[in-house]
Write a protein that binds this ligand. Structure first.
Ligand code: LLP
Length: 404
């Protein structure tokens, strides 16, 4: 994204023109940014060429998944719906891993039938269920076991998943027992140890700690895993002053680990692939002054972009046309939803805005549309993909007749 003649553009297309043509709110993705992110990700770890499974929960647009698949990525899915979508997007089952603490019998059965790369199990009960279903189908099913390494990811509490009180994975003690159980099973083929300690991680040290725990446990159990699935979690800078994850360091820690453990690495990145490739364009409907601040009331609400309300996340907001007049009041960007948490940002410095102006909420490619809802009976918004200056509608705005 950049300003050309004071007009904000995405892949050289003016935000304002997009807003006029397709209406607002509208999600808009840049293909070149997506492609660049994938190239950078692969390059960061090229010495051990990992299997990269895009985490579909971060963005589940079918057209985007097709592009992501064509760029060589597999998929990390957490439900039957996501698995069906990945297959529909043309992603080969042999490149799909299935995670999640609560897979139902139906979901397990479907995943077994599709012959996916791995089902990553998260409890002994789940393992027994996979075994029961595999036996009924006279199959030997490839599984992974997710370890809860009790490692603090140093990220928001709500998106931290690797501490002992988190519901995810099995703890070290049970892990050892579970391995023994799997070794003896005729219907389970244990191939993978998986971990995922959280999301939006900007410091490489939690990953270093996590790998130490993994290394120790492998030594203890004396079992060779074909795959080590390190999950995703790589954070992105949402603000100018934000830290950046040091990929060089992360890469060298993994290389050190691989010297002792000869396994294939799997990653499940979501945000780092699609996060900064998307924006949400919205229109200022009304401007309302209060004593201390000025409410910029947008046509996008928390149902369209939930991250600020759910996690206190802060996304940069940019005006579609730059001017040089600064507002004298504090601007609070809010949505139209009947909830006080329906606000995106409170800014002391922002240029003056008028009603009917457009703004872009940045870095909303991940967990933007995928977390959106119909709360307040609001139709889900249009999604667009810009590829070589061509705009393609990749999801149509829902119609009221779809909802009522
Ligand atoms: N693998 C597993 C097992 C996961 O649970 C997740 C994310 C990922 C991979 C992908 O993580 P990523 O690379 O995107 O950080 N809604 C929150 C994020 C929740 C993440 C859930 N799990 C947000 O908007 O920040």
């Amino acid at each position: 994204m950049k300003y050309i003649d004071k007009k904000l553009t995405i892949e050289n297309t003016k935000i304002q023109n997009i807003a006029y043509k397709f209406g607002t709110p509208v999600y808009c993705y840049s293909f070149s940014q997506l492609k660049q992110n994938i190239i950078n990700f692969k390059r960061s770890f090229q010495s051990f060429s990992p299997i990269i499974c895009f985490s579909i929960k971060s963005n589940s647009n079918l057209n985007l998944l097709r592009e992501i698949g064509k760029l060589g990525l597999g998929a990390d899915v957490v439900s039957m719906g996501e698995l069906m979508l990945a297959v529909k997007a043309g992603i080969k089952p042999k490149k799909i891993v299935f995670s999640g603490v609560g897979k139902t019998s139906n979901e397990i059965s479907y995943a077994i039938d599709r012959k996916i790369l791995l089902i990553n199990a998260e409890s002994i009960s789940e393992i027994k269920e996979i075994e029961r279903i595999a036996k009924s189908k006279k199959r030997k099913v490839k599984i992974g076991i997710r370890l809860n390494p009790n490692t603090d990811a140093n990220t928001l509490n709500q998106i931290s998943t690797g501490k002992k009180d988190d519901k995810f994975g099995v703890n070290k003690k049970s892990f050892i027992k579970v391995i023994e159980y799997c070794k003896d099973s005729k219907n389970l083929e244990l191939e993978c140890l998986s971990v995922h300690i959280g999301s939006q991680i900007l410091d490489y040290r939690p990953y270093e700690k996590m790998l130490k725990v993994v290394d120790n446990i492998i030594k203890k159990i004396d079992f060779k895993f074909k795959y080590i699935d390190l999950g995703g979690g790589m954070g992105i800078p949402y603000n100018k002053n934000s830290k950046k994850l040091n990929y060089t360091k992360y890469n060298s820690i993994i290389k050190k680990f691989l010297k002792k453990n000869k396994s294939k690495i799997i990653f499940e990145p979501g945000r780092s692939i699609i996060g900064n490739a998307g924006i949400l364009i919205s229109k200022v409907i009304y401007i309302k002054n209060s004593e201390r601040k000025c409410f910029i009331i947008l046509d996008a609400g928390m149902n369209d972009l939930m991250r600020p309300a759910l996690y206190g996340a802060n996304h940069r907001i940019l005006p579609s046309i730059k001017n040089s007049k600064m507002s004298k009041k504090i601007y609070e960007f809010v949505g139209p939803i009947c909830e006080s948490t329906d606000k995106f940002s409170t800014l002391t410095k922002f240029q003056e805005l008028k009603e009917k102006d457009f703004i872009a909420i940045c870095d909303t490619g991940a967990y933007g549309m995928s977390l959106s809802s119909n709360y307040n009976i609001r139709p889900k918004v249009t999604e667009l993909l810009i590829k070589k200056s061509k705009i393609k509608v990749i999801r149509k705005r829902q119609k009221y007749k779809d909802l009522i």
